[in-house]
Design a binder for this molecule. Sequence first.
Ligand SMILES: [Fe+2]
Length: 164
Amino acid sequence: MNNTGNDAGVTGLLVDEHKIVLARLMAFETALDAFDLEQIHATIRFFDEQVVLHRRKEEEVLFPAMKKHLGTEDGPIQCMLAEHQDEQEKIRKIRSLLEGNPGPTSRSAIVKAGRYILDLLRIHIVKEDNILFPIAESVLTDEEKKEVLARMKAIGFCNTECGG
Ligand SMILES: [Fe+2]
């Protein structure tokens, strides 16, 4: 329960975005299995154009608001940030391997990094949805929730076909 007047709470919007990300990851998995270059490029575009906005909502808005209550010591937020870094590093790697016409070695490195991202993000999303976001719902005040929600909505996400 929350008192924001929004049944989805302050994190419902992020949970909804996670569903969109998970759907894209399924398409990515199929693309990696078939080495469908067009779809692999589409996934990287999705990360560059959409996931970046999702991550900004968490890193620039939600996490700093939570830190006021949880402190900045090692904890779930640090863990999520480290996983965001890991994700971005692998996306960068795939982007650079895609340059030119990737040969067999680059292709297998792309598939390896892609599968790493699939495993990382699927588990990451479970952790955020089930551990981190419930913490946010319980520690943030109603005022903070209103402000966080307004600032997250201002960042935007997926008003296009989500990189498909
Ligand atoms: Fe997230």
